[in-house]
Design a protein around this ligand. Structure first.
Ligand code: KG4
Ligand code: ZN
Length: 336
């Protein structure tokens, strides 16, 4: 059929992003305006500050995305936008902007689930990838193992019972005084440490479960740090970071491989901010090689929040005729 170009908007957390995506897989532009420098001094994302930054920047981000793609609004076939999960005030900025454009231009509005979007980053990266496959979506807000049966059909095999994997990285980084966001900083400093220095707990839960729990690990690391400081000694930060990271990576990679084996999936796929973790990529690739399962993940820029992944998911929704009503609302706790 005819080419379809989607303008996608993402504003669920602390990145304001707009992208133009052709036929679901070809990224014509992907502008990401990060608010990290703004939130850093607070040690985490401040929701109201995030909303205010989104509303300041969103029009310019969309203009830049159109410019970089060499396109005009006349060339667009649909507008995809994240409507959840995420911070309500942040979501509303992207949603209102997308609605205004869709209304004025009489274009289809396509509400996209942010978690679904993360999975679709892999369709952009790997042109040959088609469902079914098993995917781990691990980010700051969620950790799911998903059986992607087809475009739009997802079976959740497991999810976290407490903290998300990225949230654990962020909390441990804060305790180690590394700063925000924690994941990339732990990843970097862990390269200088011994991953077997400290034997932190790994929560595999019940036999055959694909759920996660990171709160016990988090407490164990915090207790370890506290007991050292009571003795007046200071931790070897690279060793703690490396040992913590190894505990997370062991569980994530073992469960994803087991889920892929159960579903006889030829692929074990990573998505979400934590998919950028170098140790997770390495460990999973090794385990995949042993089992004959192909391990796939997107480039780091497509792992963390971006609008291109929303444009990909939006394209496939448009193909299925899943157009949103103009009364579409933000859903902060939207599930897959
Ligand atoms: O997908 P994302 O950008 O936003 C959410 O949807 O939450 O993920 C952000 C999360 C943060 O918790 C961040 O610390 C984590 O992904 N992250 C990483 C790495 N890069 C980002 N965690 C571990 N290693 C990394 N290299
Ligand atoms: Zn995300």
């Amino acid at each position: 059929g005819k080419d379809a170009v989607i303008l996608a908007v993402e504003s669920s957390c602390d990145e304001t992003s707009a992208s133009l995506v052709r036929n679901g897989r070809e990224v014509l532009s992907n502008i990401i305006s990060s608010q990290i420098s703004v939130h850093k001094k607070f040690g985490g994302v401040v929701p109201e500050v995030a909303s205010r930054k989104h509303i300041e920047n969103i029009s310019q981000v969309i203009d830049l995305a159109l410019d970089e793609a060499g396109l005009k609004l006349d060339d667009i076939d649909g507008i995809a936008v994240t409507y959840g999960p995420g911070l309500v005030g942040a979501l509303l900025i992207g949603l209102t902007t997308a609605k205004a454009l869709a209304y004025a231009r009489k274009l289809p509005l396509i509400g996209v689930n942010h978690i679904e979007g993360h999975i679709y980053a892999n369709f952009i990266q790997h042109k040959e990838l088609e469902p079914p496959f098993v995917c781990l979506v691990a980010s700051g807000g969620h950790s799911h193992i998903v059986n992607v049966r087809s475009y739009g059909k997802y079976e959740i095999m497991g999810m976290t019972r407490d903290d998300a994997a990225g949230e654990a990285f962020d909390k441990i980084a804060r305790a180690l005084g590394l700063g925000y966001p924690g994941g990339p900083l732990v990843d970097k400093i862990a390269r200088e440490g011994n991953p077997h220095a400290i034997d932190f707990p790994r929560a595999y839960l019940e036999e055959g479960s694909y759920d996660f729990s990171f709160s016990g690990l988090k407490s164990a690391v915090l207790n370890f740090l506290n007991s050292l400081s009571m003795k007046g000694s200071s931790p070897d930060i690279p060793d703690v970071a490396a040992s913590f990271q190894q505990a997370v990576v062991d569980v994530l990679s073992d469960k994803l491989i087991a889920a892929a084996e159960e579903k006889k999936s030829p692929y074990a796929v990573l998505a979400g901010g934590v998919a950028a973790n170098s140790k997770l990529r390495e460990e999973l690739s090794n385990k995949g090689l042993e089992k004959g399962i192909k391990v796939l993940y997107p480039d780091p820029i497509l792992c963390t929040d971006n609008a291109a992944m929303i444009g990909s998911a939006g394209y496939y929704k448009l193909l299925r005729g899943e157009i949103s009503e103009m009364n579409l609302n933000a859903v902060p706790n939207l599930t897959l």
